[in-house]
Design a protein around this ligand. Structure first.
Ligand code: AMP
Ligand code: ZN
Length: 443
């Protein structure tokens, strides 16, 4: 059975036919590195890792190139770097370099814990400024971009194909892009390819003065460098479809006069307990903090129980259920060193990465095929020791609370804190109330 994927460009499920089966090429927009990645950022990492693994299975490990970039220059990064620089002896550029290197390392640790293979290439934007400048120069030479006031802008009116991915009206596009009104712009939709940097902002020399790239141009430049003018698959979260991916298409197709990407894939958004994740709502979770309480396998498996195109409602009840499901499987299966995936399981994945159907196939499979499936999902081949952290032993908790209260009475706060932390590590949160100490299972 061939692989079929839903192409956002055509809005249809299409058979995947690589341009060159000896080199299947995929680009996925990676993280902007200035802080720990959140559980929503984990979704494209996991979804496209499953696709990467499926492509490697079908075409051979050596015949798939997966590029996932690192955005290490950006105004949010620069703002954070300026804060760090103000509180240390570092220059803003030094602070930027250090912040992004540290955050990139953390990101790699996090997604590795989620069972994701390293991409073939993980290019950093700041190491491709030359390629971006060359691409911008090409666009200017062809009449698709113009320099104005230290900026270079893409001239949207020069591109008759603009809007083909998002299929929005101009009004919707203007609203969606949160268009900045600026005197140097010819058209409201024109977007920045290059912008000037003052002395206190990271910047690079260019034909238009010292400055830095706009966000969209980095992906066009790096995808072009590692995958060629036209490649097979481009992925990312649905929020990137417009304007980011629309603008990537415009830049690359106007510069190269060739189709940029055959198939666009977008993962749906993740919400937490039915709400948009936000720091002010208190429902914002980094991968790192979740990994303290939940095995990476459980987080990954939980994510894949929903089809990648659907929105996910991330809940702790769902996580606990996922943990239980994995525990039950591990109780009946013997993981193999080099498992061969089960045919039903594989066909489900070939059908637009239908991971819920693949998981259902695992439920039906015998032990051997089951292990194969688990390996394919990125789980370790060594039997996981998934401790029943969420199984509550109420008697043990009551004993611990009694011991803690005794310690507090004796003003032995080191001991009372130790007991509280020990329970917390097991997912039990203590609450001291006027009526006494109560406990609950951490969500
Ligand atoms: P960023 O670091 O914000 O550029 O995001 C990195 C990747 O995570 C992009 O592919 C985004 O589309 C994706 N992403 C961000 N937030 C979410 C979310 N809540 N659910 C699913 N994907 C997300
Ligand atoms: Zn991108």
């Amino acid at each position: 059975m061939p692989i079929r994927l839903t192409n956002s460009l055509t809005r249809a499920k299409e058979e995947f036919v690589p341009l060159d089966p000896a080199n299947v090429r995929m680009y996925v927009c990676g993280p902007t590195v200035y802080d720990f990645a959140h559980i929503g950022n984990a979704r494209p990492a996991i979804v496209f890792d499953v696709l990467f693994r499926l492509l490697r299975h079908e075409y051979g490990d050596a015949h798939v190139t997966y590029v996932r970039n690192i955005t290490d220059v950006d105004d949010k990064i620069n703002a954070r770097a300026a804060e760090i620089a103000a509180n240390s002896g570092m220059s803003v550029e030094q602070a930027r370099a250090e912040l992004t290197a540290t955050t990139e390392r953390q990101y790699i640790e996090d997604v590795t814990a989620l069972g994701c293979l390293p991409p073939t290439v993980s290019p950093r934007a700041t190491q491709h400024i030359g390629e971006m400048i060359a691409l911008i120069e090409q666009l200017i030479a062809d009449g698709h971009a113009y320099a104005a006031d230290g900026h270079v802008l893409f001239d949207v009116a020069s591109d008759p194909g603009y809007g083909k991915l998002s299929r929005r009206s101009t009004d919707d596009m203007i609203a969606g892009a949160r268009v900045e009104v600026a005197p140097y712009k010819k058209g409201a939709m024109d977007f920045v390819l290059w912008k000037p940097s003052d002395d206190a902002t990271p910047g690079w020399d260019s034909p238009w003065g010292r400055g830095r790239p706009g966000w969209h141009i980095e992906c066009s430049a790096m995808a072009g460098k590692y995958l060629g003018d036209t490649f097979d698959i481009h992925g990312g979260g649905i929020d990137l479809q417009f304007p980011h991916h629309e603008n990537e298409i415009a830049q690359s197709e106007c510069a190269h006069h060739k189709p940029y990407v055959k198939m666009w894939l977008h993962n749906g958004f993740l919400q937490v307990e039915g709400e948009k994740m936000s720091k002010s709502q208190g429902n914002f979770f980094t991968i790192r903090e979740l990994l303290a309480d939940w095995p990476g396998e459980v987080l990954r498996f939980n994510m894949l129980r929903t089809h990648y195109r659907q929105p996910i409602d991330f809940t702790f009840a769902g996580l606990r259920e996922s943990w239980k499901m994995l525990e039950r499987w591990y109780a009946v299966t013997e993981p193999l060193a080099n498992p061969a995936p089960d045919a039903v399981f594989l066909d489900a994945l070939r059908d637009d990465l239908n991971t819920p159907a693949a998981i259902a196939a695992l439920h039906q499979a015998d032990d051997l095929a089951l292990a194969g499936g688990l390996g394919f999902l990125g789980f370790s081949n060594v039997q996981m020791k998934i401790a029943a952290k969420t199984e509550v032993d109420t008697v043990a908790i009551a004993d611990a609370i009694t011991a803690r209260n005794a310690a507090r009475k004796a003003k032995n706060f080191a001991e009372s804190d130790r007991i509280r932390d020990e329970l917390l590590a097991k997912g039990i949160v203590l609450k001291d109330t006027p009526q006494g100490t109560t406990w609950e299972v951490k969500r």
